[in-house]
Design a protein around this ligand. Structure first.
Ligand code: ATP
Length: 236
């Protein structure tokens, strides 16, 4: 089977700093794959390099076997990848509905309406706040909006960067439920998380990144049992 996403010996540099060092991984259609690692391990850099910004300094990114490494980010998006970035980055002065419209900017009017309706079904809280400015939403609501906005482009592959960072346990549980629902609807998920426990629980497979290097790869269930992972990421 051709992986949906394949990263081959990918490197990312910021000047002399090497954030991602020849990483190879893949995500198969229908999978949830989690990438865990501590602060500064290079998770965000890897995820964003897949989206074309920053640019790779070496290696390749393939989507459905086709090289997308050097495509502009908006072309990558049109091929079916969407990202919910770290820190949510919703447009604070725009309403919830306007933020969602931005996520589907290249769709037709009818498709945008249908997309918004779909997001509101997934996140009833957002429907209640449809005309509220995004900057006044709670952290959890902003995260829901960031995921909803990413889903507006009808991606086949959803990239999520730390979707539960700083959120209350109840909201975290809701976000992970939504990730499972989205996958059940046919979207493949690549998840970057510091919340290793939950991220590995819902993952088919996982990777562990340390200082820009991949150090482990296994099923989510096996990584949860792995001694080194337990010690470093699961509090013993
Ligand atoms: P976090 O969970 O804290 O976001 P991370 O695993 O996502 O961490 P990155 O944000 O990818 O890690 O950072 C990897 C390394 O690259 C770090 O050493 C960081 O300081 C460096 N780095 C990230 N972005 C930049 C940048 N724009 N300019 C220079 N260095 C950067």
């Amino acid at each position: 089977m051709t992986p949906m996403l394949e990263v081959r010996a990918l490197s990312t540099h910021y000047g002399a700093i090497c954030a991602v060092d020849q990483v190879s991984l893949h995500v198969d259609p229908g999978e949830i794959v989690s990438l865990i690692g501590s602060n500064g391990a290079g998770k965000t850099s890897l995820l964003m390099t897949v989206c074309g910004s920053p640019r790779a300094s070496g290696g390749h990114v393939l989507l459905d076997g086709q090289d997308i490494t050097y495509l502009p980010s908006h072309h990558i998006m049109r091929r079916g990848i969407a990202v919910s970035p770290e820190g949510r980055r919703v447009f604070p002065a725009l309403t919830v509905t306007e933020n969602l419209q931005m996520g589907g900017f290249f769709l037709g009017k009818g498709e945008i309406q249908a997309g918004i309706e779909h997001v509101f079904e997934l996140f009833p809280r957002l429907r209640e706040r449809a005309v509220q400015r995004a900057g006044t939403l709670s952290g959890g609501e902003q995260q829901m909006l960031a995921i909803g906005r990413a889903l507006m482009s009808k991606p086949r592959l959803l990239l999520l960067d730390e979707p539960t960072l700083g959120l209350a346990p109840l909201i975290i549980a809701q976000i992970f439920e939504i990730i499972l629902t989205v996958r059940a609807e046919g979207v493949t998920v690549f998840l970057v998380e510091q919340n290793a426990n939950k991220a590995l629980q819902i993952a088919d497979r996982g990777y562990v990144l340390e200082n820009g290097h991949l150090v482990l790869e296994d099923t989510g269930a096996n990584l949860l049992k792995n001694d080194a992972v337990r010690k470093a990421y699961l509090g013993g």
